[in-house]
Design a protein around this ligand. Sequence first.
Ligand code: PRP
Length: 220
Amino acid sequence: MSDERYLTFALGKGRLANKTLELFEEIGITCEEMKDKNSRKLIFVNEELKLRFFLAKGPDVPTYVEYGAADIGVVGRDTILEENRNVYEVLDLGFGKCRMCVCGPASAKELLQHHERIRVASKYPGIAKDYFYNKKHQTVDIIKLNGSVELGPLVELSDVIVDIVETGSTLRENGLEVLEEICPLSARMIVNPVSMQMQTERIKTLINQIRRKLSETAGQ
Ligand code: PRP
């Protein structure tokens, strides 16, 4: 009975979605409709497997999954931590690896040692707040930015930033560095708790297939 129903996936737009679709193809889940780059369609269907896919802005993926508009989502751990939604995180997909860090000029290092009240710019105010208030017990002023966060210390908007570091080249090219590491990040699969209960077999089979493929690839 439950297999009659569509299983719906929300994928974070961009590189993450492309990597996810590549991985799905490797386990025999394809969605030809999605390959047409000129299409303006928002929802793509694989009728045979009873699967539906849609692309959403990363921060919206946990929202779709929490409300059950999607059964499954794929999004970065940064977004999961920031959005703090009621979803199950079931799998580390291993790609999109990077780190959430406190960064700034080398001279800002000492501001982090003495519990000074400093200004922190970030696209991730929730993660920044949790780190400074709950882990470091340092009172800070958090300034929300929407991108190019490295500008913060450069134009003296903030003392430091909390941001994603992948290769480190954005920092290097702007005379900034990692001052403290908050946590490692990568793409994760999340599941709506009710879907997990109602479609346990189907979802668990999918998770196991992906897990096997990932460990095969890692062993190669
Ligand atoms: C991200 C992040 C850093 C950069 C890190 O920004 O916010 O700025 O990538 O990558 P790197 O360590 O390899 O240099 P993104 O390109 O997503 O754009 P944004 O600045 O608009 O958020």
